[in-house]
Design a protein around this ligand. Structure first.
Ligand SMILES: [Zn+2]
Length: 161
């Protein structure tokens, strides 16, 4: 996926997440979109830095890098939400593009991709990006709305009420 695809994916995902978390469509929604959207978009641009430093789709396209971004806010107290951008970049490269990425680099250099992917220059790349974004938002919606309910009913069962 090219830079345009990654930026559009990050922006659309952030707008969707903003509405999932603050559905009212008011100032709070807009604030949430900006709060999430800026770090997510920056995070989505980061992995392709390995086109200049290291080996593309390997050095900055792997799970250890993602774990680092997930852990960073807990250790240093900043860079929240950047990991979402890195993750969505990986998802788009794995699902939306033909080549795939080296998820287990540097241990294993094999690049993983789904067979549904299209080439970076394909006319269908934008359509693929929209499809991947929609799928991500459906999963995020399930996580936001379903899991608290499961937690709630499990908690009730544990308490016997
Ligand atoms: Zn990439």
């Amino acid at each position: 996926m090219n830079k345009k695809g990654h930026v559009l994916n990050a922006v659309l995902l952030s707008i969707g997440l903003g509405y999932l978390l603050e559905p009212a469509g008011d100032v709070a929604t807009f604030q949430t979109i900006v709060m999430i959207g800026v770090p997510v978009t920056l995070g989505a641009l980061f992995p392709d830095v390995d086109t200049a430093f290291g080996s593309h789709r390997k050095t900055l396209h792997n799970l250890p890098i993602l774990v680092g971004f997930v852990a960073f806010p807990y250790v240093f107290g900043n860079l929240e939400y950047v990991w979402i951008g890195v993750l969505t970049h990986y998802v788009l490269d794995v699902a939306g593009s033909k080549r795939g990425i080296a998820l287990f680099y540097p241990v294993w250099k094999k690049e993983f991709g789904l067979p549904i992917g299209v080439t970076v220059s394909s006319k269908r790349a934008d359509l693929m990006m929209m499809f991947v974004t929609a799928a991500e938002l459906i999963i995020a919606g399930i996580l936001v709305f379903r899991i608290p309910q499961w937690g709630f009913s499990m908690g009730r069962q544990l308490l016997g009420i």
